[in-house]
Structure formats: structure tokens, C-alpha cells
Design a protein. Sequence first.
Length: 558
Amino acid sequence: MSEEKVESKHFLEQLVEKDLSEGKNDGRLLTRFPPEPNGYLHIGHAKSIFVNFSLAQKYGGKTNLRFDDTNPVAEDVEYVDSIKKDIAWLGFDWGGQELYASDYFDQIYAFAVQLIKDGKAYVDPSTSEEMAAAKGNPSTPATPSPYRDRTVEENLDLFERMKAGEFDNGAMVLRAKVDLTSPNMLMRDPIIYRILKTHHHRTGDKWCIYPMYDFAHGQSDAIENITHSICTLEFIHHRPLYNWFIESLGIYPSKQYEFARLNLNYTVMSKRKLRELVEGNYVAGWDDPRMPTLSGLRRRGYTPEAIRNFITRTGVAKRENIIDVSLLEFSIREDLNKKVARAMVVLNPLKLTITNYPAGESLMLPSINNPEDESMGSREIPFSNKLYIEKEDFMEDAPKKFFRLGPGKMVRLKNAFIIRCDDFVKDETGEVIEVKCTYFPESKSGSDNSGLKAKGVLHWVSAEHAKTCEVRIYDRLFTVENPMGDEDKDFKEFINPNSLQVIETAFMEPALAAAKVGDKFQFMRKGYFAVDPDSTETKLVFNRTVSLKDGWAKKNKK
């Protein structure tokens, strides 16, 4: 009798099931994904999106998309639009109505006034240097600000004047009066409002003071009645402050829970560092296919299914670890292998002449589009006496285990015939520029009765029928596993100088000429490729999504 497989649940699923079974939050489950609209989302954000939305989906709840737009200096509508596009592309739905912390600015301001009235907040004109010097360290209590004991009336007056725009940027801040002895430095009278006379992308010039993230974040959760505020581990030290604000204000008791963020080797996962790459022109933009942004991965040819499968494989845990990027690459190979058509494209061409095939004639040969999925059908490929093969597929002095072309060697042309190399031609520099071969008509693929044996199989295109395209070969952006690991060096010193190779003219089989932006293919023996938005009506541009095998793993074993 076979045992029934028991589903393994991660700790957040177990926690949600327990809360629901105990009737907490009136049996509701409401999570949220709260991005700051100050950059593009990256693969690390994808895990947070996946965790929040999939939990709600699994247990009949809902997820709010709320933009924590509390810093107008760095925010832009461009980022809002890109974030919405990325979440929808990943396959998640927030109900069609996104929310914003700025929706709650009046209420958050009222919360700050309440803290002042309760003697739990004060206006402080100290400089940032003075505040930092007075803060102490985890084992030494902070020195109280000389303004900590202002009267409620003074603080209300100053805070109202801050709101009215009487003071310059940086002139003063509102601080919460929490605990100057706490070993958690975030509890030592944190700033909760600052003056920023900057136009906001949604509220315009209505406000010149803005709440700090730590103050707006938990209060927005409470306003929305979020039941499970799920975030990554770097916010674990913020939780005591999160709870202090909720308790001090007597508002809805949202609970914060933390899980380990997604860390990838050979990758930078800091939005600030990614911005440096963009603004320093080290990459061609936020959607550069070398970037770990979701827009970059999408442009490179990654699928939402592959990313979701990858995140599922990495699991949800409480302990930080670094995931090998090869697992992400495996996930996209696995996904594309099952769903994309095969095609023949020659990247570094060498002319091959079939000497016993009539010049000027051609033959159409059938080729299955995807052996993993017969429903994808087949196409026809033209064959003629003038072909292109890859230069690397011929060697003048080929070793015994070189199962490609060399003098006297035989190979099969994919979906075509077995050929034998009889001769070759060199130019004045000694470079081989043409290979001359005999083909065996009785060895046609699918009906071979020649009795000939050929261990190697080469891809090719007919020179007469080939179309040209540009191919961009992308590699990992950094040469070391942890670009941020050396404190004495700028992470940009580890940028891979060979992260992009552009082949301006490659030759493709004619059927590919109908490809559209976003279409994906497996170029036989070369990897998976996607049509780039830079393509025009007269020229297709392909990005390599991933190689067929993990070449980096092979290199690292040497």
C-alpha cells in the first residue's frame, strides 16, 4: 500500500493556518506588497511578491499593492508604472486598485499630532551630526536631546509651522520619544517626520513635510487592516518600533513577520547600487538584460513561470543564505526547453560547398519545431549546395575525439544528410574560408538507408536562403560571486568586461524572419534566445537568454 505524499509547508503557511484555525482577525487574511517607487523591481522583490500574493491565493485572502511613496526626492511615476507591469507579468492580481501611503498623509499627520499630545514626540532642530553624536552605541545609552522635554504646546506649534512651510529643509525634524537606553538603536528617539520642500508625484505641493518610512509603513498597514505584514529579515530590528507605534496610537494591531530575502551570487541586489550602474552608464538602462531587474530578465527572455518555479525551489525560510544563480538559469532552461521552437542560426559563419549537389537547386527538408511538444508541428528548411556552418565546427588537424568536420571526417547536417569533408580552401593569411564536402543522398534524415555512421551533428543554414540578424551574447555582469564582499573595493571594479558580445551579422534560417519582439527560440547548440525590442522591420535583434549548459560551473571546476 503506497503512502500518501504529505505536502511540506513553510513556516509562514503554518503560521497563517494556525491563525485562521484560531479565528484570529475574524478569519481574514490580508497581506500587502509595499514597494517604494524609487527604482525598478529586481529578482529579490519577486520573492516578496510571490510570498505575499501566493499566501493570499492559497488561503482565500487578498493582497494589497501599496506604494510607500514617502520620499518624493527619489520617486517617479515611471517607477510606479514599471512596478505594476512587473507584478502583472509575474501573474499576480491586486484587484485593479493600487494604494499609496500618500493616500493616508492626512491620517498619518494626525497620528503624529496624537503622539505629540500624548507626550511621545517632540520637534528637534539639532543637526544630523549632533543627533548622531548623541545617539551613543548599543551598550552606551544615548544623550537626551536638549529639546526632548519641550512642552506639548511648543511641539504642536512648531510641528504645525513645519507643515505650513515656515522652515527650510533640514531645519528641524519630529522625533518619537521612545527609549534612549534600548540596545536597538532604532528605538532611540527615531525621526518620524522631516521637511522636504519637493514636488510629490501624486500630492503635488500640498505637503512640505513627509513621514519617514518606519512611521508611514506600520500606520499604513493599520489603516488597511493588514493581518500579516510580511517582509524580509533586514526589517526584523524594525519590528519593535513597528509595534511601539501601533501600541502607542491604539490602532489596528497588524503583525509583522520576517523571512529570508533572496540573495544571488554574481549579482548585486541593492536598488541603490543598481541605480549607480544605470546612472553611470555601466549598463544600458534598468531593463538592460544583464541587470537582475524583472524588466531586464523579461527583456532577456525569462518567463514568469521560470521565475516562479525558481522561487519555489529556493523555499521560504528564516535563515539567510546565498542562492547559486545557476539554479535560476536551470529554471529558465527547464521552462523554455518544453515550450519554444528550435531554430538554426550560425553565429560565426564558415562557407561549406556540397560539390556533388547541383548549383542553383534547392530542396525543402522537414524539421520538427520542438521534440518535447509534437503539437508545435514542423517547418521546412531549404537545403542547397552553398551552406554556412560554424567556424568552430571545422578543424584542419582534428583530434580523434573531435566529432565534427575535418579532412576525411563525416558528420550529419541536422535534419538533412550525412556529409564527408574532402577538401578546404585557405585565404592568403592561412585562415580556412571554405570547406568542400560530398553529401550522401541516401542518408536523408528520417529515411536513412545508407549504412553510414556519423557521430557528430551540425546545425547549418543555406547561404542562398539565409536571413541576417544581430545577436547579443549576454554573460554574468560580475566576475566574482560576491561583488559587495570586499569593503576596500568599489563593487563596480568587478564588472565583467565580457558581459556583452555583439555579433552584428549572424545567419538564420528564413522561417525566423517572421519572429516578433518577445518571441523565444532555442538556437540549436547555442542556447535560448529572445527577440529584443531594438529589432526593426529590416533587422531582427536576438538576446541570448541562457546557454544550453552551465558553462560557469564547468569553468569553476578547473
